[in-house]
Write a protein that binds this ligand. Structure first.
Ligand SMILES: Nc1nc2c(ncn2[C@@H]2O[C@H](COP(=O)(O)OP(=O)(O)OP(=O)(O)O)[C@@H](O)[C@H]2O)c(=O)[nH]1
Ligand SMILES: [Mg+2]
Length: 254
């Protein structure tokens, strides 16, 4: 019976992964302790209206918003319920909804409260939680939040903080807006890592292809030639064909 359950679980995960690959938009989930400032950051980055409150578990339902990244790429940003070591019983259901969202994410952005005394212990707890949830190998960025409350010394110390296994560390403040552009760039770069490198010539009468490329992928260079726009960049595998068609595209990555 256990073997059967394991197999089913495995198949389910594979389906989820496949689903992730087929969606054109990439998804990044904000994870971390309660009160770290996840909802504040989501609001600041998307100018939306996610609930922000200085209370335990202000976020009970995951909230998703779209955000424009540098180079015009769009991604979905998911707000989640904060992780803590021992979850009150009545919040388990809310936590499960969050876990489903987190499980679907292409990238996790761990939001850490720099002004909290036990920040390093919390970093470890979140890692342990992610490992328990089988999310230990998901690409990770660290957003060190509330740096507006840090002393110049601790800022300097944090600037050289490069813990494993993060792809990048960004110092941010959801309230002052500091570092948000850097965070967006870091998210864009991390999300483009598993896209395919593509070069194509897009005829001038197919402007939709170019706008789709900008929306779902990354345009790294474009040149206006007589036969169309020569574009170089990256695209999610799932939409290479719909964007550049069967003809005119090359895939240098193979
Ligand atoms: N000084 C300062 N305060 C911040 C910053 N970001 C968030 N806060 C404050 O921290 C408190 C918690 O912020 P939230 O965004 O609700 O935290 P959260 O991580 O979403 O919390 P949960 O939804 O409970 O998991 C609020 O009072 C915010 O105003 C920041 O960059 N600097
Ligand atoms: Mg919140």
């Amino acid at each position: 019976m256990l073997q059967k359950e394991l197999t089913e679980l495995h198949e389910e995960r594979a389906l989820h992964r496949e689903g992730r690959r087929r969606r054109p938009f990439r998804t990044a989930a904000l994870v971390g302790y309660t009160n770290a400032g996840k909802s504040t950051l989501l609001n600041a980055m998307t100018a939306g209206g996610a609930l922000v409150e200085n209370q335990l578990f202000a976020t009970l339902d995951p909230t998703t918003r779209s955000v424009r990244l540098p180079f015009g790429q769009t991604c979905l940003l998911v707000d989640t319920v904060g992780f803590i070591q021992k979850l009150p019983h009545e919040l388990v259901a809310a936590f499960h909804a969050t876990l489903e969202e987190v499980g679907e994410a292409d990238l996790l952005v761990h939001v850490l409260d720099a002004s909290h005394a036990g920040a390093e212990t919390r970093l470890e707890t979140v890692h342990a939680t992610l490992r328990e949830l089988d999310l230990g190998d998901r690409p990770l960025l660290l957003a060190i939040n509330k740096v507006d409350r840090c002393s110049p010394e601790s800022r300097r110390r944090l600037q050289t903080f490069r813990p494993e296994p993060y792809l990048g560390v960004v110092l941010v403040s959801g309230t002052t807006g500091e570092g948000l552009d850097s965070l967006k760039s870091a998210i864009g770069e991390a999300l483009a890592r598993d896209m395919l490198a593509v070069e194509a010539t897009i005829p001038y009468d197919n402007w939709q292809a170019l706008s789709r490329w900008r929306r779902y992928g990354v345009v790294e260079g474009e040149e206006f030639a007589s036969d169309g726009v020569h574009v170089r960049g990256r695209l999610p595998e799932a939409i290479v064909k719909t964007v550049i068609g069967e003809v005119g595209g090359e895939d240098p990555a193979g």
